[in-house]
Design a protein around this ligand. Structure first.
Ligand code: GLV
Ligand code: GLV
Length: 318
């Protein structure tokens, strides 16, 4: 019996590749770099299942040229890179990797929040560069975190993970939205409208998926509502923020700083966000821990296994 063919767009963690090899006929790329469109089309054309990552745009034309394709397993929780309507029309299942990356992404959000508030990269550069001349009363003064107000835009799994971690900092939490799961009651947590969250928070952290409705959710007007002493943290998707407007706000001292893991046009980063001491930048590392990445791969596998065996996919989005 011929084995189903799986196209994996990137080399994934060892245990995931080993399991894939065991069960499937694998079309696998040798490297970890992003495939070009032609390579993607070639791989998808003969595949029964695809494991792809967030940088690969799976559009209508691609799905059209994939007559055997039954499932696209996105190696990410966000799935804005896939044309869901086109998949739906063709009866192709799309799955994602929720839950397994919630802790890693919430942890990294806090790393960014602390880094920007306490000027960690500047201090690190000073010591590493040999320029530190000793303690002074006013060197690299940052902002308080404990006891301040944290705004969570999008109280889904990751937003909630970030809010739960804020308890250790005795922070008030304002939040918008929510997922299907009810948000637990907490005397320090309050649901508000976005405008009130922006006006009332010392830190605003974004945790919404990228959709037509959240594209540029944080634009010039929204940034103008934020306190001039406040920080913006984004570990969701770059286009949720109007990057040009953010640069304007930072340059005009209308915002204390920003800490970003994601960008509007990755891997291009707006010039105004580089070489700016008020900005901390990471290269999209939200889920980047070894164990999380293995778990994400195993979730993709479980979804592919289910669909190819005619069972419901555990993490179906379409
Ligand atoms: C990463 O950005 C993800 O959506 O998993
Ligand atoms: C994603 O997992 C979210 O719901 O925040």
């Amino acid at each position: 019996m011929t084995r189903p063919r799986v196209f994996v767009t990137r080399l994934l963690a060892g245990p995931v590749m080993a399991r894939l090899h065991e069960v499937y006929d694998l079309t696998q790329r040798s490297g970890e770099s992003a495939p070009d469109r032609r390579t993607l089309l070639e791989g998808i054309r003969t595949a029964d299942a695809v494991i792809c990552t967030l940088t690969e745009r799976i559009d209508e034309q691609m799905l059209q040229e994939a007559p055997r394709l039954k499932v696209v397993a996105n190696y990410a929780v966000g799935y804005n890179n896939i044309d869901l309507d086109a998949a739906r029309r063709r009866g192709i299942v799309v799955t994602n990797t929720p839950d397994v990356l919630t802790d890693a992404t919430a942890d990294l959000t806090w790393a960014l929040l602390c880094a920007v508030a306490r000027r960690v990269p500047e201090g690190h550069a000073l010591v590493q560069g040999g320029g530190w001349t000793g303690w002074t009363p006013t060197e690299l003064l940052g902002s308080d975190i404990s006891g301040q107000t944290l705004g969570i835009v999008g109280m889904g799994r990751i937003g909630r993970g970030v809010a739960e971690r804020a308890r250790g900092f005795r922070m008030r939490v304002l939040y918008t939205g929510g997922s299907s799961a009810p948000v637990p009651a907490d005397p320090l947590w309050r649901q508000t409208a976005l405008v009130d969250l922006l006006r009332g928070s010392d830190f605003v952290s974004l945790h919404v998926p990228l959709t037509a409705a959240t594209h540029h959710l944080i634009g010039r007007h929204e940034l103008s509502l934020m306190r001039t002493t406040a920080y913006l943290i984004n570990t969701s998707r770059g286009p949720v923020v109007d990057e040009a407007a953010l640069v304007e706000a930072l340059q005009g001292d209308r915002l204390a700083g920003a800490a970003l893991d994601v960008y509007e046009n990755e891997p291009t980063v707006h010039d105004g966000l580089r070489s700016c001491s008020k900005v901390v930048t990471l290269p999209h590392l939200g889920s980047a821990t070894l164990h999380t990445r293995i778990r994400m791969g195993l979730v993709c596998l479980a979804n592919i296994d289910a669909v190819l065996q005619g069972n419901p996919a555990p993490n179906r989005v379409v």
